[in-house]
Design a protein around this ligand. Structure first.
Ligand SMILES: [Fe+2]
Length: 222
């Protein structure tokens, strides 16, 4: 076995700065809960006339509870899923050395999405949050992958030609959905979902977390 010095006589080191970190996890209860979660999401859609009307304008052929259902986190059917999402969020914050002694991760949004045939999500970010993410509850091999955009200026600059597309040289990336797969990423990361050409609805739940100070940073109220 050759030593690393002979392989690298000039001691060249490639430093990685400003990485975009994404937590990927799998919901362990998915098989057990999938059916009830999916049927509850259809029930929410069917009972949400205003949400369907707004979705028709902003999210053609799809439904999202984002505009109208602000209390899904209180729905007991999502209790285990939310506990899991919180665990993954704490892991994500901890890995980045965020100060969870003096701050707490507060769930700011939790909503369901039904990507019907021919629906898509325009590219967007989630303002005023630190962590955003999605967990897939129904999808198949034809379901579209979430697309992620490099936030650095290089995306608008001159991208060097590469021999192959790799994480080291890409300015766009996509991650395929999977049943029970959870993706967690910075809220500033631009993302979207291409058109769903499958006959099956692609169903997911999305969320935002905000990092809030536990104590009032400007001192106690007198
Ligand atoms: Fe999003």
């Amino acid at each position: 076995m050759s030593n690393s010095k002979s392989n690298n006589p000039n001691n060249i080191a490639l430093r990685v700065l400003f990485p975009t970190l994404i937590n990927e996890a799998w919901y362990p209860n998915i098989e057990k809960e999938r059916e009830s979660l999916v049927s509850r999401i259809y029930e929410i859609r069917d009972g949400d006339k205003q949400g369907r009307e707004l979705s028709e304008k902003q999210y053609v052929n799809g439904y999202t509870s984002y505009f109208t259902q602000k209390k899904l986190h209180n729905d007991r059917i999502f209790k285990n899923l939310l506990r899991f999402i919180r665990e993954v969020a704490i892991d994500y914050a901890t890995k980045q050395y965020w100060d969870l002694d003096k701050h707490t991760l507060e769930l700011k949004g939790f909503w369901c999405n039904i990507n019907g045939k021919n629906s898509y999500h325009r590219d967007h970010i989630h303002p005023n949050s630190q962590i955003s993410g999605v967990v897939y509850l129904q999808c198949n091999e034809e379901s579209p992958a979430i697309s992620l955009k490099d936030p650095r200026a290089i995306r608008w600059h001159s991208v060097p030609p590469a021999k192959q597309n790799r994480p080291e040289n890409s300015t766009y990336a996509s991650i395929t959905p999977g049943l029970g797969k959870l993706l967690m990423f910075p809220s500033w990361l631009e993302h979207g979902v291409p058109m769903n050409t499958s006959d099956e609805d692609r169903i997911s739940m999305s969320f935002n977390f905000d990092l809030r100070a536990k104590a009032r940073p400007w001192g106690k109220r007198k």
